[in-house]
Design a protein. Structure first.
Lengths: 199, 535
């Protein structure tokens, strides 16, 4: 079993928390993990990505080869498209629908969604607004992880255990919020049929 | 049990477990997390391991050498360009040799994710004639620290350990070993070798050169170098992280003959064995063609050696599994192209950042003072070189804003302006300011003081609360040392002060202090109190 996941977004949007949950969960399943991440200049509002590789075999490269990603999980829709060359045929695209517009030449949104929808295996959800309803828009990353969860080779329980472990330092309330976000994402993905864009 | 750690953290834990007594460093991507890990480590704290940041890489290197002089194990950590700053100490401690084990960790940044160049630190190791270690994975990084300290004490030489961004910032599960106790204080038997007056230095240098054979022998038997002779068509020599990309493509069961090099000087016998065995040899290395240049003949006409010099691998940028696959003839075309609607998203200053207020004030005065006379420096404010601000014109190295402004003013430029951060100023700006004060050169230095080493993750700045007294101590005229608070509401006041100081035909310094917006409320309060207590 080899699973390659690209996580993408804008610096500060919380993709490293998704990575930490995946790493912790995979390690608890006695699987091998390699996970590369971006530190430094790009973290200031630039494009950031993390490569997560999970396998029961030895993993060599810290980077996923192009055309070998099983999934691109993005907290921002245009950032999802940036890593399309990594996607393998039939791989999954999962993203928040909410754009992060901190550049002047941000593309037209309908074009972004159209491009994503050209891939049969996609899930586009309003993760940020769902997280806000639950209590904090910052938990959008856990909504997205929940949406991806049934497509990953790690048991759900390991992921929720990892969420508990990672957030318990903060407070019980934050653990609960993130678990709820995760469950909401799973539900949204299961009921997902089509994303309809309205300006 | 496996611990999930970054390559940098594996290395840091390795150092702690190898009996480290102190780490000395200045923050710099991609090396920062090594020192931060030791600062956070409860074990390190309980063992009294020194880990406070140094003012720059040179002071760090020298302090580490001082600790080694006492017989204890010391480590110094920096990014690749940091070694340029510390190279004086580095080159000379190869000649003096060390006492307690000494490891110099340098993290290179191929592809320049957060740097000005792609310099390959292995050349520094060769330059200083010391052993170099180059881990290819996180477990290697951990294991190598034990080995490096032992080797350092055995050879009485510092060891250069070269990391690269992709290993520094990639996590994996790592198994930790038992911890070794720290060395006690044991001063050198003969201190003469540390006193490099020419008479002693000549003897020491001869000793260093005479160790060359020992160093190569050590590489030949090193457990980190591995030769496997199989098929004789194409042999592969790969080093450090490049080994991963090769293995990713060929797999464990392949027929290729492979030599993995993770310890230098290069193992001559192993290379000769592979070279004689194979019809062609592909050299895969992250960084410059360091191995390739040595094996290639001077006129680059040896058809047997291929790699970066032959154009089979790109000379610039970091390697990827795809690039290496292509050189091996194994990668098929990419399945899908990047959609053309995707725009680039460069990093930018945070909302509410004080640097922006300074740039806005300078920009308002550009019509009066002219274009192209703002000299920049290294830090978040380097982003002032990008749209929409476009304020700064240069960025060369730590501290160069002040000295380049001085040189330009010497040449006759009017309104030469330097923009430098608080930590960059204490790192390498103070000496340049003294040059300007000494000649009363007409420049304006703006210290954009956010009271942190912000770009690398807001580490403590040793400049905190001391900038004013440092400038006065250097001899800046108190009449032309101005303090401002970079806030939108103070815009007009800042513009007025700048206008006046730009006109002054001597050295002006404007300290614009406001804590980095990314700091927590508690941290900002702590900074406020520290500044109050020092002024």
């Amino acid at each position: 079993m080899n699973t390659n996941i690209i996580l993408s977004g804008v610096g500060g949007q919380g993709i490293l928390t998704i990575a930490a949950v995946l790493d912790t969960a995979a390690l608890s399943e006695n699987l091998n993990v390699k996970q590369s991440e971006v530190h430094g200049m790009s973290q200031r509002g630039g494009a950031v990505q993390s490569h997560v590789r999970i396998s029961d075999d030895e993993i060599y490269s810290d980077l996923i080869p192009e055309g070998k990603a099983d999934m691109i999980l993005s907290v921002e829709p245009m950032e999802l498209l940036r890593y399309i060359p990594y996607l393998k045929e039939g791989g999954w695209l999962i993203t928040d629908s909410k754009p992060f517009e901190n550049i002047l030449d941000y593309p037209r949104k309908d074009k972004i969604y159209k491009q994503i929808k050209m891939h049969k295996n996609h899930i586009i959800i309003n993760a940020t607004s769902e997280a806000k309803k639950i209590g904090n828009s910052k938990a959008a990353n856990m909504v997205l992880l929940g949406a991806a969860s049934t497509l990953l080779p790690i048991p759900e329980e390991s992921m929720t255990d990892a969420i508990k472990k990672l957030f318990e330092r903060k407070s019980e309330k934050i653990v609960k919020l993130n678990l709820e976000a995760f469950a909401k994402g799973k539900e949204l993905a299961q009921n997902f049929t089509e994303f309809v864009f309205c300006e | 049990m496996k611990h999930l750690v970054l390559g940098n953290e594996a290395l840091a834990q390795g150092a702690i477990d190898a009996g480290l007594s102190g780490v000395y460093a200045y923050p710099g991507t991609p090396s920062t997390e090594i020192t931060e890990y030791i600062q956070r480590s409860k074990t390190a704290k309980s063992l009294g391991i020194h880990s406070t940041w140094s003012v720059n890489e040179k002071t760090a290197m020298e302090a580490a050498l001082g600790m080694s002089y006492t017989g204890k194990r010391a480590m110094v950590v920096m990014k690749h360009v940091g070694l340029n700053v510390a190279s004086d100490a580095f080159m000379n401690m190869a000649v003096s040799g060390i006492n307690g084990g000494m490891v110099v960790v340098v993290a290179d940044d191929p592809s320049m994710h957060s740097s000005q160049n792609e310099q390959d630190s292995r050349f520094y190791g060769k330059f200083a004639q010391i052993p170099i270690l180059e881990p290819s994975n996180q477990q290697d990084a951990y294991n190598m620290m034990h080995y490096a300290f032992d080797l350092s004490e055995e050879l009485q030489l510092p060891i250069l350990l070269r990391m690269v961004t992709r290993l520094s910032h990639s996590r994996a599960g790592v198994v930790f070993k038992e911890r070794r106790t720290q060395n006690g204080i044991q001063l050198p038997v003969d201190t003469k070798r540390f006193a490099l007056i020419p008479a002693f230095a000549r003897g020491q240098y001869k000793t260093l050169v005479d160790k060359k054979g020992l160093l190569i022998d050590s590489s030949e038997v090193s457990k980190f170098n591995k030769l496997e002779l199989k098929d004789s068509n194409l042999g592969i020599i790969c080093s450090g992280i490049a080994h991963n990309y090769v293995m990713e493509n060929i797999g464990e069961e392949s027929d290729y003959s492979v030599l993995k090099i993770s310890q230098y000087p290069m193992p001559k016998d192993q290379i000769k064995a592979l070279y004689d065995h194979c019809k062609m040899v592909l050299i895969v290395e992250e960084g410059y063609p360091f191995i390739e240049e040595i094996l290639h003949d001077y006129f680059e006409e040896n058809p047997k050696i291929i790699g970066k010099l032959s154009g089979d691998l790109p000379f610039t940028g970091e390697l990827t599994p795809n690039i290496v696959g292509k050189a091996l003839g194994l990668t098929k075309d990419i399945t899908e192209e990047l959609p053309d609607i995707v725009s680039s998203r460069p990093p930018q200053l945070c909302d509410g950042c004080g640097h922006t207020d300074i740039f806005n004030a300078i920009n308002e005065l550009i019509p009066e003072i002219g274009n192209k006379n703002v000299f920049g420096d290294i830090g978040c404010y380097a982003l002032g070189a990008l749209p929409p601000l476009n304020t700064i014109n240069t960025l060369i190295d730590m501290g160069a804003s002040i000295t380049m402004a001085k040189g330009a003013a010497d040449a006759g430029m009017e309104n030469a302006i330097a923009v430098i951060g608080d930590s960059t100023f204490t790192h390498s700006g103070m000496t340049g300011l003294l040059d300007a004060v000494y000649e009363n050169t007409p420049i304006t230095v703006i210290i954009s003081d956010n009271s942190a080493v912000a770009m690398t993750g807001a580490q403590d700045s040793s400049a905190l609360g001391r900038l004013k007294s440092i400038c006065l101590g250097i001899g800046v005229d108190p009449e032309h040392l101005k303090m401002v608070v970079p806030l939108k509401k103070n815009h007009n006041e800042i513009v007025e002060i700048l206008r006046k100081e730009f006109k002054y035909k001597g050295v002006s310094v404007i300290i614009a202090q406001r804590a980095c917006v990314r700091l927590s409320r508690d941290k900002k309060e702590e900074i406020k109190q520290k500044i109050a207590s020092l002024t």
